[in-house]
Design a protein around this ligand. Structure first.
Ligand code: FE
Ligand code: FE
Length: 396
């Protein structure tokens, strides 16, 4: 097994890191890529607006998912957890202990490669891993790299070095990027979910007013709450909500906001859901207390209102998007159905349901509710009373 190890402060992780990581992964035919956010010296004063170790870890996780290699990319917090000075040679030794059979490759950009001999214990580094150094231009890799490569080979006979040019690599300096973020720019250099996380946490003096976000900022913020695999669903729900809102004359902007935020707490587990219910004083019945799917609608609505300042209409649409209820508002119906029929949904009967929704909204709603009740009955799962009431109200 070949494993790439890519360390860095990832402050923040940006598209430059991701394109390089992806290119090296393919060129070296790696089986796994480990991203390792570096610990910062414990006594170093960090400038205001700097992320905590936990925040850099979360940003690196979000960025790692964006590489699109699924489980082949993993983020390790071993340097963040280490006490005292943190050395690459220690990190490689720890990884080698985790994967004794693996062939390790240490990924690095030009600057790092050119100073490698000044690092702590370079001979140990070479003994544990090959070096995969990437430059952005032919000039980087050939003129600069060849001199250094020959020097390293002479000095460390056990070194294995692979240098490569990655022409498409995005040219980003983290320092400049942080300055851009403070000036409300830089979104184009970041994976959307990472940009959203920065806005949400107020990092790097980004100073976004979460209660008055434009859609172009709310969207990445919403994505930062999601598991990667749920992103297509939420973006699909936004698209479907636009179409339904236009078809039935609802407020398109509100439909979009509701759609973007409707699953914002979906990835939380039962304990986290219940803690949020406690915090927001959300009353729960016995069935709700045990059902993750029912809880996320309630906690999602609470977060949407508390953090993002949505109005009562949007709040209600998120609150009822899973169960429905008797006497739903237009916006509630639209979000309920957009969530149900968005383009990435695929279940028997979805095409028929889509067609009915665009012919007659209430007929579509009734059909959706009956499908849910049928499915729950088939599974032997209890149906929430709000769903039964919603169906009965429509049947008259
Ligand atoms: Fe949901
Ligand atoms: Fe959903």
């Amino acid at each position: 097994m070949k494993i790439g190890v890519y360390g860095g402060t990832f402050n923040p992780p940006h598209l430059g890191h991701l394109t390089a990581a992806r290119a090296v992964f393919e060129l070296l035919k790696l089986d796994k890529l480990l991203l390792v956010p570096a610990g910062l010296p414990p006594h170093k004063e960090l400038p205001a607006g700097s992320p905590t170790a936990e925040q850099r870890l979360e940003m690196t996780r979000l960025a790692g998912e964006q590489i699109g290699l699924g489980d082949q990319v993993e983020v390790l917090d071993l340097e963040l957890r280490r006490q005292g000075k943190s050395y690459t040679s220690d990190t490689l030794a720890q990884i080698k202990a985790l994967y004794p059979e693996a062939e390790l490759w240490l990924l690095m950009g030009t600057d790092m490669f050119l100073t490698l001999q000044t690092w702590h214990a370079p001979e140990e580094i070479f003994a544990l891993a090959g070096i995969a150094a990437f430059g952005r231009t032919e000039a980087d890799t050939e003129e600069l790299f060849s001199v250094q490569r020959e020097y390293l080979y002479r000095t460390y006979p056990n070194a294995r070095i692979f240098t490569l040019t990655i022409p498409g690599v995005v040219d980003v300096s983290s320092t400049e990027l942080r300055e851009q973020l403070a000036a409300d720019r830089g979104a184009n250099l970041l994976p959307p979910a990472v940009y959203g996380y920065i806005l949400r946490e107020g990092l790097y003096h980004s100073n976004a007013d979460l209660k008055h976000l434009s859609l172009s900022k709310l969207r990445p913020v919403a994505l930062s709450y999601l598991k990667h695999k749920r992103i297509p669903h939420v973006l699909g729900t936004e698209q479907e909500a636009i179409r339904l809102a236009e078809r039935y004359g609802a407020d398109v902007g509100k439909a979009r906001v509701g759609a973007l935020l409707h699953d914002c707490t979906k990835k939380l587990d039962l304990a986290e859901q219940l803690a949020l219910c406690e915090r927001y004083g959300i009353p729960l019945d016995d069935m709700e207390r045990k059902t993750l799917k029912l809880l996320h609608a309630k906690t999602g609505a609470a977060i949407a209102r508390d953090v993002f300042g949505v109005d009562d209409e949007i709040y209600g649409a998120i609150l009822w998007h899973t169960t429905g209820r008797a006497g739903m508002t237009l916006l509630e119906k639209i979000l309920y159905l957009a969530d149900y029929i968005e383009p990435s949904r695929d279940f028997p009967g979805v095409d028929k349901l889509r067609a009915v929704c665009y012919k007659d909204l209430d007929a579509g709603l009734l059909m959706g509710l009956e499908m849910t009740i049928g499915e729950m009955n088939a599974l032997g799962s209890p149906v929430h009373r709000a769903t039964i009431e919603a169906r009965d109200a429509l049947k008259g």
